[in-house]
Structure formats: C-alpha cells, structure tokens
Design a binder for this molecule. Structure first.
Ligand SMILES: [Zn+2]
Length: 287
C-alpha cells in the first residue's frame, strides 16, 4: 500500500538520515527501485515528473502499475508515490489518480501566488492524508523544459511557506538538476543553516542529488535535509549498461534481442545506483 511521505521523512529528519526520491520512467525503473528498497529494508519515494507521467500513459496508469508491483512483489517497506515539480493542475490530477504525495512547485510564481496556491493544496492534501512538498527559490538546471537559474532561497520566505503546514520543503541552495558543471561552487551551507533555523522541524528536500560529493550530502543531512532527489544518475547508469550490452554485440547473440535480456543490464545498473545512494543517505534498515 502506498503511504504519505510524512512519517518516513519526520523519522529521517530526527534520525539524521535521508530518504531517497528516485524518479521512475517505466516498468523496469519502478521494479528495480522497489526491489532494492525491499532488499535493503529502506523507505523509498518514487518520483514522477509531469513529463514522465505523460510518457508512461498518464497518472492512473502509474498508480495501477505501482500498486500492482507492491502487491505482486510483496513490497512491505514504506513507499510513497510522489509528483515531482508539479503544477497546480498536475497536483490536483495526481491527488485524484491516487498518488500518496505531491510536490507543488510554485517557485516561479511571485511569492504571494506561491503562498496562495500552496495554501489551497495544504488543505486538500491534509483532508486526504497525503504529503505535500513546496518549493522556494528555483533549483538550477533544466527539468521538463523548466529552466531554473539556481537561486538561493530566502529564509524568511521558507519560514512563511513552511508555516502553511507543508510536509516538506525544497529550498534552492545552489543545487541544480542534471550534471554539475566543472565550475560549480558547491552547496550554500550558510543559506541552508539559515533556512533550517527558520523552518523549525520541517524536513528539507535537496533536489539535484546527482553528482553532489558525499561529504556535502552528509553535511546537508546534518542541517535538516531528509529527502534527496536522484534522477539523472539512474538514467546515466541505465544508458551506460545498455550501451555496453549493445556494443558487445550481445543483442545479436541467440535471443539477446529479447527485451527481457536487452534491458536486464540497465535494470541491474539502476539497482546498484539506488543501493549506493541508500547507503550514502543512511536509509538502509530504516523501514
Ligand atoms: Zn527537482
């Protein structure tokens, strides 16, 4: 059964570890992440961007797939199905479809509008027992065509949004989506300290978890980060393993073209990446 991310994140924040959000793209991705979470007794959050939602055939298709896998694979660790960087309308659709958690990304709106729309969604999600993530200060890089400049969130604005009653808060601290450039300055820990102090016990969310050095991840967790989003890293691992399989000519040997064989190395690569992240985030054994 899908659960809200609230309990798992409050527990993580208190226990000084973080729960990984791993974005899904298809059946292989979903199965790999769920099995890895179960094998390592770790809570997990499956992230779905609006673009990936369309790609997979719509939100109800995804809810059906995830619920089916949880049942058939006997997944007993806590699993949240979460809309990533949702629009207001997208959040409503996911709530309707049966997601257990949504993010409303109002970071590109003026703060007043972000507050107004987040307030509405706090009400709606609370009624249904779902978790809600809000965002202040856009995350750099590109995600589904939305390009953020990588702002540093204002601590007072974070406080205002946190006090609306959101479950968890994504705050820009110099993190970006995708691969980090050579000249990246690193996470702004001064800003994170201020945000953490201003937002009480609200679990903080670190987007763009691909390629952030391990020491920075650990420091961020010590400063209130309890959810870390990983997307690109699984994509890179899947692509590399699949490329190697093809380049070695294995699809031309016997029935190597069978999708169950062709996609197996990528599936295993996602599993290895997810496990590595769970180890780094400290969520293993915390289910
Ligand atoms: Zn993000």
């Amino acid at each position: 059964m899908l659960v809200s991310a609230k309990d798992m994140l409050n527990k993580a924040r208190e226990g000084k570890y973080a729960v990984g959000q791993f974005n899904i793209n298809n059946l292989e991705w979903t199965k790999a992440i769920l099995l890895t979470a179960q094998e390592n007794n770790s809570p997990v959050i499956l992230g779905v961007s609006e673009g990936a939602g369309k790609y997979m055939g719509g939100y109800t298709t995804i809810v059906g797939m995830v619920n089916g896998l949880i049942k058939e694979l006997n997944i007993t660790v806590p699993v949240a199905l979460h809309l990533d960087h949702g629009s207001y309308e997208g959040a409503l659709k996911c709530i309707e479809a049966g997601f257990s958690s949504v993010m409303f990304d109002g970071s590109h709106y003026p703060i007043e509008e972000n507050i107004a729309k987040t307030t509405e969604l706090v009400k709606l999600t609370a009624e249904k027992g779902l978790s809600l993530e809000a965002e202040v200060g856009s995350i750099g890089g590109e995600e589904d065509g939305v390009v953020g400049a990588g702002e540093i969130a204002d601590a007072n604005e974070c406080k205002t949004i946190a006090e609306l009653g959101v479950t968890m808060l994504a705050a820009g601290i110099g993190n970006i989506h995708g691969k980090y450039p050579e000249n990246w300055k690193g996470l702004a820990f001064d800003a994170l300290e201020d945000i953490n102090a201003a937002t009480g016990t609200t679990p903080l969310v670190l987007h763009g978890g691909t390629g952030i050095p391990a020491e920075m991840i650990k420091k961020a967790i010590s400063l209130g980060v309890a959810k870390i989003n990983v997307n690109t890293e699984c994509q890179l691992a899947f692509a590399e393993a699949t490329r190697k399989y093809i380049e070695a000519g294995k699809d031309l040997e016997g029935k190597g073209f069978d999708p169950r064989k062709l996609l197996a190395p990528g599936f295993e690569a996602i599993k290895a990446t997810v496990k590595e992240k769970m180890e780094l985030f400290g969520s293993i054994g915390q289910a």
